[in-house]
Design a protein around this ligand. Structure first.
Ligand code: 4NP
Length: 150
């Protein structure tokens, strides 16, 4: 799960998906990173943590890190939150198989629409709630696919 700062959208996506993997007994590892290293080492934004808590999820202890080329080796699927993150990740891809791993997460929910999970950082509380709801629905689709693929 990849966004810009790895303190709002992608740590929430990581937390939601990890909990659903656990509930569905799927042995899949999940992590998140940011295309900028601007917040590396920081916990998620407190506003995102509070929204997560209001939905019963605790993401307080996650830590921001920068996306690296090693992530193409370590992961089979790379979900970008918006097209800017998507393009920045693709720019680091060396092979067609690296490139094939990269997807816009909301295309799971709205195929081929190339919609963004809106960056909530400079907005109000509703933006964080919208991010939660979008990622909750998108991760349901990811879980469905993982189950279908055994
Ligand atoms: P994120 O949100 O990419 O969802 O983690 C942002 C976090 C920080 C900044 C922008 C977006 N920033 O400009 O510092």
């Amino acid at each position: 799960m990849v966004c810009l700062g790895n303190i709002c959208r992608s740590p929430l996506a990581e937390g939601i998906l990890r909990e659903k993997l656990r509930l569905n007994k799927l042995n899949v590892s999940v992590d998140s990173a940011g295309t900028s290293g601007l917040h590396a080492g920081e916990n998620p934004d407190s506003r995102m943590c509070e929204t997560a808590k209001s939905f019963g999820l605790n993401i307080d202890s996650l830590k921001s890190r920068k996306f690296t080329v090693q992530d193409f080796v370590n992961f089979d699927l790379i979900y970008a939150m918006d097209s800017s993150n998507y393009n920045n990740i693709l720019a680091l891809a060396k092979t067609t198989s690296d490139k094939a791993k990269v997807h816009l997460i909301l295309n799971e929910l709205y195929p081929n629409q190339n919609m963004a999970v809106p960056d909530p950082y400079y907005g109000g509380e509703q933006g964080f709630i919208d991010v939660y709801n979008l990622l909750d629905e998108a991760t349901d689709k990811i879980i469905e696919k993982l189950k279908a693929n055994g």
